[in-house]
Design a protein around this ligand. Structure first.
Ligand code: ARG
Length: 458
């Protein structure tokens, strides 16, 4: 493609080192879509006539079919998807094919292709995040009454509905969708026409290209346009954070599925056995996802590190953006899909969650609140309840088994109604401030998510 200036062929080793066709072939549909729009702009500017434009479009469509049926021969010597397609086109249709690259460089071409790709994939990821949210809501609906201890420091803290715990992840994922939507705005800008770095003396109608490809905006600085990979970095960050959220959910699932917790039962279809220990049922999906989230972060770091040292404008280093991008997109899509499938059919073992949530110490805060409502300053109430806890441990008697006399040894603010506070149902019902897990609140949240998720589109 650059034969004019060169006297010897590129060394085989350099071809192997520099090729990207082994992975960027995946951009073929976007490359063809972009070239069809480019042909329209060339026709509009009078560089090619209508017959030539038609020949180009037909040729490109044939190439697309050949790629999709496996009949296309990708050549490493042609480096990347752009040159493979252009060369095949010219072989097919001759002169019009050789006119297609007028006022275009692979620098603005690859920027266009990756933007088209990111645009499409951002939508696909968004949909899969919604699917996982739906799966979590389904579990909440299936087990609306399951109570679990809520933890801080992985120590039992206060009782919550299991549904509330699940909805915490639905919230996280909703923020992820907000980030995808926001990044999408900056992906959705059309760079073609920026040329190698300084546009072209041949003026094409960039608005026409943008309209044909459905871009609402056009890049405004040719140098920035060919060197910008911020939109990929942003998307890789969004994906990393989704990965981090999935990793935290994985960690919860792994704990819940352990014999120690026993809060959930994963289906046989989503667990694996051990080749040695016949009793094992391993939560591999969650472990893999926790592991893969590391790769997603690695991919983000890889791209940021590539970009940070680059002078303006396009540098070949930028070819290194694609493998991390493809990998992160493939990985997160699959992770979201498999997690949604696994969560939707997981079962809560309510006898186990109830046993854990019936730990009377979970209501120590409620005892302190009881005293506060009887005018004891919170700090004093906290100390009194702390002493009561120590007493309960020492005497090996739970709060509900203690007599009013015993309570009153610690504070005369305790009255006969204190035992009512020590009821799990009462305690949950009382947590009715906005965002807290009273059953009525959680029910409302479930309904609100069900409605919201019905209309959740990018
Ligand atoms: N394969 C290249 C990439 O992915 C396309 C752009 C090449 N541009 C160039 N001037 N060599 O970045």
């Amino acid at each position: 493609m650059w034969k004019g200036r060169f006297q010897t062929e590129t060394s085989n080793l350099v071809q192997r080192y520099g090729e990207s066709i082994s992975y960027d072939w995946r951009l073929y549909a976007y490359d063809i879509q972009g070239s069809i729009a480019q042909a329209a702009a060339l026709q509009d500017a009078g560089i090619i006539n209508k017959t030539e434009e038609r020949a180009i479009v037909r040729g490109l469509k044939d190439i697309q079919t050949e790629i999709e049926t496996g009949d296309f021969k990708f050549r490493t010597s042609l480096e990347d998807i752009h040159m493979n397609i252009e060369s095949a086109l010219t072989e097919k249709i001759g002169a019009p094919g050789a006119k297609l690259h007028t006022a275009r460089s692979r620098n603005d071409q690859v920027a266009l292709d990756t933007r088209l790709y990111c645009r499409e994939e951002t939508k696909r990821i968004f949909e899969r995040v919604s699917t996982l949210q739906n799966a979590l809501v389904t579990v909440a609906v299936n087990f609306p009454e399951a109570v679990v201890p809520g933890y801080t420091h992985l120590q039992r803290g206060q009782p919550v509905l299991f549904a509330h715990h699940l909805l915490a992840y639905v919230e996280m994922l909703e923020r992820d969708k907000g980030r995808l939507k926001d990044s999408y705005k900056r992906i959705n800008v059309m760079p073609l026409g920026s040329g190698a770095l300084a546009g072209s003396t041949i003026i094409l109608n960039r608005k026409l290209v943008a309209d044909k490809l459905g871009f609402p905006a056009i890049t405004q600085n040719s140098m920035d346009a060919v060197s910008d990979r911020d939109y990929i970095a942003e998307l890789l960050f969004d994906i990393s954070l989704i990965g981090v959220h999935l990793s935290r959910l994985s960690e919860d699932v792994i704990l819940w599925a352990s014999a120690e917790f026993g809060f959930i039962e994963l289906s046989d279809a989503h667990t694996t056995g051990s080749s040695l220990m016949p009793q094992k049922k391993n939560p591999d999906v969650a472990e893999l996802t926790r592991g893969k989230s590391g790769r997603l972060i690695g991919n983000l770091m890889s791209l940021l590190t590539t970009i940070k040292g680059l002078p303006m404008t396009y540098n070949r280093d930028l070819q290194e953006d694609k493998e991390p991008l493809f990998d992160s997109i493939d990985t997160i899509k699959l992770a979201l899909e498999v997690f949604a499938e696994m969560m939707a059919v997981s079962k809560v073992r309510e006898e186990r969650t109830l046993a854990a949530a019936s730990d009377p110490f979970l209501l120590a805060t409620d005892l302190a609140d009881y005293l506060v409502l009887r005018k004891v300053p919170f700090r004093d109430a906290h100390e009194i309840t702390g002493k009561l806890t120590a007493y309960s441990i020492q005497e090996k008697r739970d709060f509900p088994d203690m007599t009013l006399d015993e309570f009153q040894q610690f504070s005369d603010a305790f009255e006969s109604d204190v035992l009512k506070v020590l009821d799990l149902k009462t305690a949950l019902k009382a947590r009715k401030s906005v965002g807290a897990p009273s059953p009525a609140n959680v029910r409302r949240q479930i309904t609100s998510w069900q409605n919201k998720l019905k209309h959740s589109t990018m």
